[in-house]
Design a binder for this molecule. Structure first.
Ligand code: ADP
Ligand code: MG
Length: 577
């Protein structure tokens, strides 16, 4: 591969950016270079959080001696020659500025040997100036050492954190690459301690085990899906038994590139909705494959942000893929797969009131505990007319099952109510009926919410709606908001989560009634979770509230709130008739 300096018109089209903010950004650029050079082994050695030195050694294709100096020129790259190639770009780097920017603020030594040469070339630079070039023995590949970072830039050095904190950022990013590239053997050393090593055998689970340990690896489910719109994903997601206190272990990659996206993180969190306790988050490694022309990686100079042509579609594909994997995962209470945008499905259930005949898409509707075959095999006439009620009959609470279902006795048999779905219905109707003057509660500690740039425009266009719903917030920096108040009904739930939830759901292209969608999401967020123990009094109160709903039979997404086992059915099952 030949390194060339990009034409001015090409380089000026690429988002310019200061590549070197901190040791982490250097590590990232260097390992991306190794990967672009097709390395199958990458060793990263860090001293004092990378402030003293960073060394990256790879066994990639190397650089010929005639090109060593050119590699350190600004906009010198072997990866892109004309602007037409930008859309189809398969490499991680392409701006040709990393080595130049890194060398400008440190002492840099690079040794490299391609297979066409018997000896390696060593080049040394001090603050961007070449001070020595010589031949040296070295195995195939490239080693680059960056030391004394920002030594003569006290203003920049001041912004560095402690070595420990810089190190932990590096560990986190290196592990993301190690998982994105399981066919590469990675080795990360901090000082004299080996932090992790992966075998490079191509198995994600083995790379994962190298980083997170074998025990956690055993609790991962494998995710694999292809959506109708040709978005596919592969990876590992934790079983609902596992949870963490923050989102830091939700690792998302797009076409092999790690990205930070509150939108996609939220899609994952929503995929787990109802399965994890509040404020608990899964561990995931997910690589989303999408046509490179449908995604723009050139948004942020540090390249951790992407912009999708159709983010709504990516969001819902990911959310559904997660849901499906969890449903199929062994030993996990199967959440049903439903499509909240499928209006026909919702209407058919609501209009017939026939939540008996379960039109749910999932063949094994384990949540309700009643399989479709069981329903379809009911003898004729056992479906009581009262199962078509539009209002809930008066019910007497008998108790709670699995901290999730409320079992009731009614005028015609047994009525099992899903507490989350029921509460969602109650809150949804409440929000819609009062939202014009809906109350807001001020947050004692206002929170900063960071959002993807594509969400910012959207929020501007729906500020009025969000305010009506009870959110109080204001712009804070380019991509952040300060959230000062949330809808009254939020009670103990995480305000930040709720806000992001509502906004990201409204971004979904298929949403045609924004107010309705906002109400649904707010209700869903604030509703009691499955798994929460309720007192008898609380259950009674919930049932009373459900009784006065306009459409008590379904939750706002169209799932049933009540399963009715009528007397005829009970009798026939027990052979009494
Ligand atoms: P970019 O990666 O955007 O092309 P860089 O400044 O990071 O720009 O690198 C400049 C060039 O140096 C690359 O295009 C590549 O040809 C070469 N290079 C850098 N690091 C390596 C490496 N580890 N192995 C092989 N070639 C490398
Ligand atoms: Mg590069």
């Amino acid at each position: 591969m030949v390194i060339k300096i990009l034409d001015k018109d090409v380089s000026s089209l690429i988002a310019a950016g200061e590549v070197v903010e901190r040791p982490l950004s250097i590590v990232k650029e260097l390992i991306e270079n190794s990967l672009d050079a097709n390395a199958k082994r990458v060793d990263v050695i860090i001293q004092e959080g990378g402030i003293r030195s960073i060394q990256v050694i790879d066994n990639g294709h190397g650089i010929t001696s005639s090109q060593m100096e050119l590699a350190f020129h600004r906009f010198a790259t072997s990866k892109l020659q004309t602007i037409d190639e930008l859309d189809e770009l398969a490499t991680l780097g392409f701006r040709g500025e990393a080595l130049a920017s890194i060398a400008a603020v440190s002492d840099t030594t690079m040794i490299s040997r391609p297979s066409s040469q018997d000896v390696a070339t060593k080049i040394q630079l001090v603050e961007g100036n070449i001070v020595n070039v010589e031949e040296q023995g070295f195995r195939l590949g490239t080693s680059i050492t960056v030391s004394n970072l920002f030594e003569n830039f006290p203003a920049r050095r001041k912004f560095l954190n402690s070595a420990g904190s810089e190190s932990s950022k590096i560990v986190s990013v290196c592990s993301k690459y190690a998982m994105a590239y399981p066919d590469v053997a990675w080795n990360l050393t901090l000082g004299d301690k080996n932090k992790f090593a992966t075998p490079g055998n191509g198995q994600l689970i083995d790379a994962f085990a190298g980083i997170y340990g074998a025990e956690l690896a055993e609790n991962m489910l494998s995710l694999k899906f292809v959506s109708d719109s040709d978005i596919s994903a592969e990876g590992l997601i934790s079983s609902p038994k596992i949870n963490r206190s923050n989102r830091a272990n939700i690792n998302i990659f797009v076409n092999g590139r790690w990205i930070s996206s509150s939108l996609l993180t939220q899609a994952v969190v929503q995929g787990y909705h109802g399965l994890l306790k509040e404020r608990r988050f899964p561990v995931c490694v997910i690589d989303i494959k999408i046509k490179s022309s449908d995604v723009d990686v050139n948004v942020h100079p540090a390249k951790t942000e992407v912009r999708f042509l159709n983010s709504g579609e990516v969001f819902s594909s990911l959310q559904q893929g997660i849901r499906q994997t969890l449903a199929e995962g062994s030993g996990i209470p199967g959440p049903e797969i439903y499509d909240s945008n499928d209006k026909k499905f919702t209407e058919s259930i609501v209009s017939s009131g026939a939540f008996w005949t379960s039109n749910l898409k999932s063949p094994k509707n384990q949540l309700t505990g009643i399989s479709e075959s069981m329903i379809h095999n009911l003898p004729a006439g056992t479906r009581s007319d009262s199962s078509h009620f539009k209002v809930l009959p008066l019910l007497r609470v008998l108790g709670q099952v699995k901290n999730t279902y409320i079992v009731n006795e009614g005028p015609d048999g047994i009525y099992v109510i899903d507490q989350h779905a029921a509460h969602e219905r109650v809150l949804y109707e409440d929000v819609l009926s009062t939202s014009k003057q809906s109350g807001s509660q001020a947050l004692l500690d206002s929170v900063v919410v960071e959002l993807d740039s594509n969400l910012i425009d959207l929020i501007e266009s729906i500020t009025g709606l969000l305010t009506d719903m009870g959110f109080v917030f204001e712009h804070f920096g380019d991509y952040s908001y300060i959230l000062r108040g949330v809808p009254n009904i939020f009670h103990s739930s995480d305000p930040r989560d709720g806000f992001i939830n509502v906004v990201t759901n409204l971004l979904n292209e298929n949403v045609d009634d924004l107010r309705d969608e906002a109400a649904k999401t707010i209700a869903c967020h604030a509703a009691i979770r499955a798994g929460k123990k309720l007192s008898h009094g609380e259950m009674e109160e919930l049932i009373k509230l459900l009784e006065i709903c306009n459409q008590p039979q379904t939750c706002p997404h169209g799932r049933p709130t009540v399963i009715h086992l009528n007397e005829n059915y009970l009798e026939s099952q027990f052979g009494r008739r």
